[in-house]
Design a protein around this ligand. Structure first.
Ligand SMILES: NC(=O)c1ccc[n+]([C@@H]2O[C@H](COP(=O)([O-])OP(=O)(O)OC[C@H]3O[C@@H](n4cnc5c(N)ncnc54)[C@H](O)[C@@H]3O)[C@@H](O)[C@H]2O)c1
Length: 456
């Protein structure tokens, strides 16, 4: 990449926000322009938050199809209504672009790109690296760059900063750099990007002050911390905490099943304690872009410090064993009915990794379907939010969602509830199915036909 001089990098259109005072005034006047890189599950709600707070936002994504949809006022994520996109487009607060040059007009650039794992379960930093290079190509003095993608502690300083500084500009002197983890929980209605406190760590005190001031103008509460590393680590432990606790309850589910005790009833009873216990519920395995993946970012980093993260590894082992456990329970239930998995017709209900969302990344339903297919079952699925499967990094099921009818439910040897979408009528499903394997306790309220239900 050609190195440009500091003077070349002065923004042509307006005075660069080179000091805390200039930044604070641009934030107060809402003239600071916010660029968001990655218009996905995280980038879109973040854009909405800044637009609502009165800022002009630019959404940059390398996916031209997404960009065209957004500029046409359409959403492609179930829980973000098209009306909302149409509103911010028509108010001229938001525009999307796949032209990296557009980033030059942004005073702040917030990075919300994927952070997956490689095949060998190491951090795949290519998205963050590519984005950092793209930003570096257009970096100018006074710009604030914030990484929001979940990652291992050290990423902002060790990976992003050197790429940005390869331009000749210096972090904290010429531009500002921070990490502020996204804490989005898609599908949740009791908390939004605006109400979830925003942790912010800067590469230095000026970067922290500017990033904190920007977020404070858009969200209810910010939590400034002393370094980027603290902010990065704070996000990872949230996910480790969930992964470890879910694994514990998944293991106890297996034990309580053997003992003839209903694990969901146990958790609900324990959760009546007003302190010292937080309820986690078992399921068919972990899904989504965060909990099955992020803890292993820390595991990878820990190895550089000569440490094994045993809790994380154990939790991963237990959680990834859950789809196989469901298949075993299903096999036993069919066996009771003198049926083999091979040749049986199985309907999996819910392809999304959790209820009421359309996200199938890392979904245990996919693992379940593949395992059942490998054993010779004929597997279909229904998901009101996932009309057809699409090619993923490691899967390509090529299936379409089957329409639910009483007759079709009857035609399956087994119906597996993998995702407990709120729109499902479980009473009706149990009435018409011959066998229901319930991995979510979704049938807890069903009165009739309980002899057909096997919890797994
Ligand atoms: N999904 C969640 O619930 C959630 C919650 C908290 C944190 N996070 C974290 O946020 C980050 C983003 O996750 P997501 O779920 O929004 O991902 P996503 O796949 O929904 O969206 C990422 C977007 O980035 C785009 N992209 C990829 N490379 C790009 C590049 N070089 N330049 C511009 N755009 C690029 C993709 O086209 C995609 O639209 C991840 O680190 C994730 O761990 C996700």
């Amino acid at each position: 990449m050609r190195k440009t001089s500091k003077t070349e990098r002065q923004r042509p259109h307006r005075e660069p926000l080179t000091s805390e005072a200039l930044w604070k005034s641009a934030i107060k006047e809402r003239t600071a322009r916010v660029g968001i890189v990655g218009m996905g599950y995280v980038g879109l709600p973040l854009m909405r938050t800044f637009c609502r707070a009165g800022f002009k936002c630019l959404g940059f994504d390398i996916d031209a199809k997404k960009v065209a949809k957004l500029n046409a006022g359409q959403s492609y994520i179930k829980h973000i209504p098209s009306a909302l996109i149409a509103e911010v487009i028509s108010s001229e607060r938001f525009e999307a672009s796949d032209d990296p040059q557009a980033l030059e007009s942004a005073d702040a650039v917030l990075i919300c790109v994927p952070t997956p794992l490689t095949k060998t379960r190491d951090p795949d930093m290519t998205y963050v690296e590519n984005t950092a290079h793209l930003i570096a190509d257009h970096l100018h003095r006074g710009q604030l760059i914030v990484l929001e993608s979940t990652t291992y502690p050290g990423t902002t300083r060790e990976l992003v900063k050197p790429i940005l500084e390869s331009t000749g500009l210096q972090a904290e002197t010429d531009f500002f750099l921070a990490f502020s983890p996204e804490r989005e929980d898609p599908g949740r209605t009791d908390h939004t990007t605006e109400t979830i406190p925003k942790v912010v760590g800067g590469i230095g005190p000026k970067s922290l002050a500017i990033a904190d001031a920007l977020y404070a103008a858009a969200v209810k509460r910010t939590v400034p911390v002393s370094t980027c590393e603290v902010a990065e680590a704070s996000k990872i432990i949230e996910n480790v905490y969930r992964s470890v606790n879910i694994a514990m309850i998944n293991e106890l589910k297996k034990l309580f099943d053997r003992m003839g005790i209903d694990v969901w009833e146990v958790v609900n009873a324990a959760a009546t304690k007003p302190f010292g216990f937080q309820a986690f519920y078992p399921g068919p395995g972990l899904g989504g872009h965060c909990i099955p993946i992020d803890p292993f970012y820390l595991t990878w980093k820990a190895r550089q410090f000569g440490m094994n993260t045993r809790f994380i590894e154990l939790a991963g082992e237990i959680n990834t064993s859950m789809p196989e456990y469901v298949v075993t329970r299903l096999t036993e239930a069919l066996n009771e009915r003198k049926k083999a998995v091979k040749g049986s017709k199985v309907l999996v209900l819910g392809l999304a990794y959790k209820k009421d969302v359309d996200d199938i990344r890392e979904s245990p339903s996919i693992e379940l379907i593949e395992r059942l297919q490998a054993r010779g079952a004929k597997v279909d699925y229904n998901d009101p939010f996932v009309p057809r499967t699409h090619e993923q990094r490691e899967h390509n099921l090529k299936l379409t969602s089957k329409k639910l009818t009483a007759a079709m439910l009857k035609s399956y040897d087994c119906v597996v509830i993998a995702t407990n979408h709120s729109t499902y009528d479980y009473e009706w499903m149990v009435k018409h199915a011959s066998l229901v394997v319930d991995t979510r306790n979704a049938t807890a309220g069903v009165k009739k036909g309980r002899e057909k239900i096997v919890k797994a």
